[in-house]
Design a protein around this ligand. Structure first.
Ligand code: C2O
Ligand code: CU
Length: 441
């Protein structure tokens, strides 16, 4: 029987607090409800979330509900809402129409606020989810700290340019706010692990010391069918759900990230994020079917492109380089009309990778450099390798307002690689707005 939709109320309070990332190792975190990550918000597809955010940070904030198809006014960007000032409260209210793994994070001064821990997970369940023996969220992050475990900002030109170019990566590696946590599970069981890359810039190439696992879902919910792999790239902003196990009694292995070359100054390394210890066997009720659903293509592979978006990197005397959309920074792009299929070509003309994120709507990838992708999926964040053209399709449903797309490497977003655009309801007259007021920090 279908569950009745309900309203679920959460109170989130942002503040500065001490957080132990390892025994005896404490940082001054910024986050929600004195925990890092913030609490997991749980709902069933069709429920309404009411989230009251009280801001006790020393500066203004907004909260973005990454991946949720919500009304523009609830999207948490400064184009659509007045930032929540210290001491103020804002009530977000929106339906969560689709099941899957989503997350929330600060959308104000992100290079500081997200880096310090302003994020948490949203899990939306449905009656069609495969049955697993356990369900866990793994939020991936890394922090750049000095010897006293303080957050730093690069003082000199060269390290500043490196951080702007590469994005901010640190060697304090966290899963759910802890350094190398131990994950205990039972032999013989299969668990659903929801990975969310909440880091500023780190590319996480999931590997479990060679053990195969099944990818079952991504940004917009389940895939059509499980895919068995031994490694899986999860870029900043992306989610990947896997079925992990069954493993044998007394097995132990690392959840690690293999080096991925995204063409940065600092070279990636193989690193351990967590350790899995498999204990006594326990009966399993898990069932991962061979087919989850059919994802209907929104458009043919050769559908006509109605917008191109060029991502590029250009020189800047002050900052070393700027990050651009269509040769400009922080652009205002053309509006799109409700109900008009969008076929966009994202052209990464730069020499490094960028995870492209579209707010509020899921897209399908039609082709990458002229080739259809290997499998169908609903995405809101998709990595674009250097000198690559990706063709995507998406449908603006009736949620007018100002939306945005941007690179989810937070430093690139801040350095200009983003665009605002309006979704307009054609039955109403469109009044074009002056350029948006932007906050730069
Ligand atoms: Cu998770 Cu504007 O982003
Ligand atoms: Cu980028």
């Amino acid at each position: 029987m279908k569950n009745q939709s309900k309203e679920i109320v959460y109170n989130l309070e942002t503040s500065v607090f001490n957080w132990e990332i390892a025994p005896g190792k404490t940082i001054e975190a910024w986050g929600f409800n004195n925990q890092l990550p913030g609490p997991i918000l749980q709902a069933n597809a069709g429920d309404t979330l009411v989230v009251r955010v009280t801001n006790n940070l020393p500066e203004a904030t907004t909260v973005h509900w990454h991946g949720i198809c919500l009304p523009a006014g609830m999207d948490g960007t400064d184009a659509m809402q007045k930032p929540i000032e210290p001491g103020e409260m804002f009530e977000y209210r929106f339906e969560v129409p689709q099941s899957g793994t989503f997350w929330y994070h600060s959308h104000t001064n992100e290079t500081v606020q997200m880096e310090r821990g302003m994020y948490g997970a949203i899990v939306v369940n449905s009656e069609f989810d495969p049955v697993t023996d356990n369900d866990r969220v793994f939020m991936i992050d890394d922090m750049k700290l000095d010897e006293q475990n303080n957050f730093t900002t690069p003082k000199w030109y060269v390290p500043r340019v490196v951080e702007r170019h590469d994005g901010r990566e640190g060697d304090t590696l966290l899963i759910n706010g802890k350094e190398n946590p131990v994950i205990n599970m039972h032999a013989g069981q299969t668990e659903r692990w929801r990975f969310i890359n909440s880091s500023s810039a780190r590319y996480f190439l999931l590997h479990m010391e060679g053990r195969p696992f099944r990818v079952i879902g991504t940004d917009g919910g389940l895939l059509e069918k499980p895919r068995t792999v031994t490694e899986l790239l999860i870029t900043p902003g992306e989610r990947m759900d896997i079925a992990a196990g069954p493993f044998n009694e007394d097995e132990s292995f690392a959840i690690e990230s293999l080096p991925y070359n995204r063409v940065t100054f600092l070279k990636a390394q193989r690193q351990t994020f967590a350790t899995v210890i498999v204990g006594a066997a326990k009966q399993s009720n898990a069932f991962i079917p061979g087919v989850f659903r059919t994802i209907k293509p929104l458009a043919a592979q050769d559908a006509e492109i109605n917008r191109t978006i060029k991502l590029s990197v250009g020189p800047s005397l002050k900052n070393g380089m700027n990050f651009k959309v269509n040769n400009d920074m922080h652009v205002n792009d053309q509006p799109v009309k409700v109900g008009e299929l969008q076929v966009w070509e994202i052209n990464n003309a730069s020499l490094m990778d960028h995870p492209f994120h579209l707010h509020g709507f899921f897209f399908q990838v039609l082709e990458v450099n002229g080739k259809a992708p290997e499998y169908m999926a609903w995405k809101d964040t998709f990595n674009i390798t250097p000198r690559t053209k990706v063709k995507i399709a998406w449908m603006p449903d009736n949620r007018p307002g100002t939306w945005m797309y941007h690179c989810h490497i937070i430093e690139h977003h801040a350095a200009g690689m983003m665009g605002h655009f309006d979704v307009i309801d054609d039955s109403k007259p469109y009044v074009s707005k002056p350029a948006h007021h932007m906050h730069h920090h």
